[in-house]
Design a protein. Structure first.
Length: 258
């Protein structure tokens, strides 16, 4: 029996992100088949599924790293043909992977402004405006409720949770609109995970859309407005968190609800 839907599918013009009929094959393996979902500004959607469900493939398509065989990705009502990572960043779509993208041997400020350095002129010679960058980085971290011992500390000396906070603060500061979090808590301890979940809620409060890819159903219920379950490349369940429970979602993931 096909799982119930809590609401009809929305059109691409009713959401910040809409994907319609996305399919992707790798040789004989069907990674995604006719996948559709929407995400609104200021909404957290948890994408759940067992290994091989198609979550990572879908994230790579949204990030512009893979091209779907069929279907369309819409952002802010506009189709994205030829979607690329550079185009995604220009639109304000960022992916934060489990292993992150920070340079561990550089300090927080340098990572924060990588490729966007502030420059001032001294006797007509351009030099880095270190003071402005430090002040700006500190303010951006405070803005999402995070403080570090020093923004001049090298990233390699920070915890996993602090590194994720830097990634998210950088994303918010540079005008991000949709963030894809790929297994953000897999390498974190209990306290770091608690802070990470709170950080997602603060990002949401700023009107930013969030897709969280996770294996942990309880984490999804703590932050998500809606849950989308993938199984063998297909969407087999859409639920609002207030209208379901972990037992039902686990049954969808394992196939017991089918």
């Amino acid at each position: 029996m096909q799982p119930r839907e809590t609401k009809p599918r929305e059109t691409a013009h009713e959401a910040l992100l809409a994907i319609e009929g996305i399919s992707k094959r790798f040789g004989a393996v069907k990674a995604l088949e006719d996948v559709s979902l929407t995400v609104h500004a200021g909404e957290v959607v948890a994408l759940l599924g067992d290994n091989g469900a198609g979550k990572s493939t879908l994230v790579k398509i949204l990030a512009g790293n893979l091209t779907p065989d069929a279907g369309v990705v819409y952002f802010d009502g506009e189709a994205l043909p030829g979607h690329t990572p550079a185009r995604a960043r220009t639109l304000g779509i960022e992916t934060v992977y489990q292993d992150l993208s920070l340079c561990p041997h550089l300090d927080v400020v340098t990572n924060f402004f990588m490729g966007r350095e502030r420059v001032k002129q001294i006797l007509g010679i351009p030099v880095l405006d270190e003071r402005t960058m430090q002040t700006e980085a500190e303010a951006a971290l405070r803005d999402i409720g995070t403080t570090l011992p020093s923004v001049r500390a090298r990233v390699e000396h920070l915890s996993g949770g602090q590194r994720q906070a830097i990634e998210l603060a950088r994303f918010v500061h540079w005008g991000g609109r949709l963030v894809l979090l790929d297994e953000p808590f897999a390498a974190l301890g209990v306290e770091q995970t608690r802070r990470g979940l709170a950080l997602i809620n603060r990002v949401k409060e700023k009107g930013i859309a969030v897709i969280v890819i996770t294996h942990n159903v309880l984490h999804a219920f703590q932050v998500a407005d809606r849950i989308v379950v993938l199984r063998q490349g297909r969407v087999i369940g859409r639920r609002t968190t207030r209208e379901t429970n972990p037992t039902e979602v686990i049954a969808l993931i394992t196939g017991d609800a089918l």
